[in-house]
Design a protein around this ligand. Sequence first.
Ligand code: HEM
Length: 231
Amino acid sequence: MTIWDTFLWVVLPYAALVLFVAGHVWRYRHDQFGWTSRSTQLLEGRWLAWGSNLFHYGALAAIAGHVLGILVPNWLTSAVGISEFTYHFISAIPGSIAGVVCVAGLVILIVRRAAFVRVRRTTDAVDVAVYTLLAIVIGLGIGETLAVNAFGPGYDYRSTVAIWFRGLFWLHPEPQLMAGAPLVYQLHAASAWALYALWPFSRLVHVWSLPWQYLGRPYILYRSRYAAARR
Ligand code: HEM
């Protein structure tokens, strides 16, 4: 364990969490009108519909995977009847599909932003930083799932990364657990903290304004242009 490990696996996470919470409070109090995804659908719709849907559904499935694999301890998944084999099956097959769908959506969104001049013009420095971090975090995540777990030697991150992550919230950080993890897991986690630190200052705040009613009806943002005529 070096001082660098303490910085990466204790100082960085707590600094990012403080920025995450305080940043959201600050943004809510000072910029409620800017609390939006700053949708560019009016500027371009076809690529957005594909990119946004693939990215969001892939990300939601990946988040569900993180809850199961990182937040829920081994003993609890075993207690509810999920064996180690079943867990690894879920992590390898649906996890890989979620990751690939998420990457496909992100690539479409990034190409769209670069290719359409009108969309590019609405892109500021924070957007570039967010897209870069998302590409790094998600790229490394799918690398872990495909290259290590699905087709590689495997790595039991539930005995290291997951325990370290949960320990941060009990105020019992165990940086040595991350210090020994493979590099790809270290880079994935460290870049995720950077993303959380930037989150409140970006368009990602829209995540906390959940349109729950969308779950039970068609995606209203992408209503067919003929829908109005039909009505
Ligand atoms: C510190 C926070 C995080 C930790 C500790 C973490 C940990 C992990 C681990 C251990 C895996 C491998 C899962 C497996 O092989 O079964 C993984 C995969 C992945 N992660 Fe993360 N992650 C974090 C944050 C994020 C964030 C913020 C994103 C998205 C922006 C993300 C996106 C992904 C994706 C797309 C995959 C691959 C697909 C999947 O397994 O679902 N992760 N992550």
